[in-house]
Design a protein around this ligand. Structure first.
Ligand code: GDP
Length: 310
């Protein structure tokens, strides 16, 4: 019998990785986006899910934005995300969906916490002020899943992403995340023969994980993970922003001057997450290294430019 898995928010970075994924022939992905339903409406969510009779759901949809949007509209980010998440989990419960995997990110974890972060630290302190509304709404995914597991026996789990990147990322120069923005910036600097200005000192460390790896772990979690503790999708490898710039510059054969603009924010110095649980449960998982992931992302960028999410 075919297994139908619906994917919410499928037009983004991770959704596009699922579109590239090879799955067994009896597995059928249904890719949902805004045109299918406004997930802030429970009626629309329920009707939409019902029409596809899913066996499982991968829940990626969220209202997301960079630090600027998050800081200036904390109410909107809270409201939209709390509705989306509450509706998706409740519709899945009512329709007796067998498995649901939702997405969290290390950026909704406490601002001050011990490193490396483990899934059970999610509620151990307040999130960073810049994404207060977003973070609190996202944290409720874990609370609702835990409550539904206890009362209704739902197999709803959460996975946690780190700094993700890959094809079809948001390559906006101001609002994108570091990898995508820097690919775009270096592409332009090379084209125009100009120096590159990078935000901050280059010293912060981040765990950059390629989108296809995240999709693979999420699919594995759908099949195999059934625990109330969120699963960290950690590679255990930290790279500095300086390393990242070096790798991207290399791919573009960029030889102009690089200026480190320390008048711009460095943000957190590091925020590593614990990879031990994933390693133990899924020892065969092999992560794409940064150079390979950047190579694929740059190739995609060059092929699609200027038709990129921007
Ligand atoms: P974060 O992990 O939430 O801080 O997310 P980002 O992906 O935005 O990474 C931010 C880090 O990259 C900071 O240390 C920035 O100073 C550095 N960075 C350097 N250049 C850029 C850039 O063009 N865009 C972004 N977003 N960050 C940059």
């Amino acid at each position: 019998m075919n297994k139908r898995i619906i994917i919410t928010g499928s037009d983004g970075l991770i959704g596009s990785a699922f579109r590239r994924m090879k799955v067994p022939s009896n597995v059928e992905f249904t890719f949902l986006n805004r045109s299918h339903a406004d997930l802030r409406s429970f009626t629309q969510t329920l009707e939409c899910f019902k029409s596809f009779s899913p066996d499982a759901i991968i829940h990626l949809a969220a209202k997301v934005g960079g630090i600027g949007a998050n800081s200036s509209q904390p109410g909107t980010f809270f409201h939209d995300n709390i509705l989306i998440n509450t509706n998706v989990l409740e519709a899945a419960r009512q329709l007796k969906v067998k498995k649901l995997v939702s997405f969290l990110s290390t950026c909704v974890f406490p601002n001050q916490t011990k490193f490396p972060m483990t899934g059970n630290q999610l509620h151990d302190g307040i999130p960073h002020e810049s994404n207060f509304g977003y973070a609190h709404a996202k944290r409720m995914l874990e609370v609702q899943a835990r409550a539904y597991r206890k009362e209704f026996g739902c197999s709803f789990v959460n996975v946690v992403g780190t700094n993700l990147y890959g094809p079809n990322d948001n390559f906006n120069l101001k609002d994108g995340h570091a990898v995508a923005s820097l690919i775009h910036k270096i592409y332009l600097a090379k084209k125009n023969g100009q120096p590159l200005s990078v935000w901050g000192t280059g010293k912060p460390l981040r765990e950059f994980v390629f989108a296809d790896d995240v999709a693979k772990i999420t699919y594995w979690a759908l099949e195999n993970y059934d625990d109330e503790e969120p699963l960290m999708m950690s590679s255990g490898v930290e790279s500095s922003i300086k390393d990242l710039v070096g790798v991207i510059a290399d791919k573009f054969n960029f030889k102009e001057k690089i200026i480190w603009d320390d008048s711009k924010q460095d943000g957190q110095l590091r925020k590593p997450s614990d990879d031990s649980k994933l390693k133990k449960l899924y020892p065969d998982m092999k992560f794409t290294n940064l150079a390979q992931g950047i190579e694929k992302t740059v190739a995609w960028f060059e092929e699609h430019y200027p038709n990129i999410r921007n």
